[in-house]
Design a binder for this molecule. Structure first.
Ligand code: 4NP
Length: 150
């Protein structure tokens, strides 16, 4: 799960997908990263921690890190939150196989015209709840897809 800062959106996506996988007994490795370096080592934004907590998910332990080219080898799928994350990540790809791993997370809600997960950083708490709901729905689709392929 990749966003810009790795403190608002991708930590939530990371926590939600991990939570759902655990509940369904699906063994997958989930991680998150940011394309930017400003928040390396920071815990998620308190507003992301609080909205996750409200829905029974603990993301306090997460620590922001920056996306690296090594992630292309380590992960089968790289879900990005918005179009700018998409181009930043694709720019680091060295093979077509790497590029093919990168997908907008909301592709799972609208494959024809996938929207971006809005950046809630400069807004209020409503923005975080909206991000939570979008990511919850998209992560459920990811889980459903994994289950179909088991
Ligand atoms: P995120 O949100 O990409 O969802 O983690 C942001 C966090 C920090 C900044 C921008 C977006 N920032 O400019 O510091």
């Amino acid at each position: 799960m990749v966003c810009l800062g790795n403190i608002c959106r991708s930590p939530l996506a990371h926590g939600i997908l991990q939570h759902k996988a655990y509940a369904e007994n699906i063994a997958i490795e989930v991680d998150s990263a940011g394309t930017g370096s400003w928040h390396i080592g920071s815990a998620p934004d308190i507003r992301s921690i609080e909205v996750a907590d409200k829905h029974g998910i603990d993301i306090r332990h997460q620590k922001a890190r920056q996306f690296t080219t090594h992630d292309f080898n380590k992960f089968d799928h790289i879900y990005v939150m918005d179009k700018s994350n998409f181009s930043d990540v694709v720019r680091l790809a060295s093979t077509q196989n790497d590029v093919d791993k990168v997908e907008l997370i909301l592709q799972h809600l609208n494959s024809e015209n996938p929207p971006s997960v809005p950046d809630p950083y400069y807004g209020g708490n409503d923005g975080f709840e909206n991000v939570y709901q979008l990511l919850d729905a998209a992560c459920q689709k990811v889980i459903d897809k994994i289950k179909q392929n088991l």
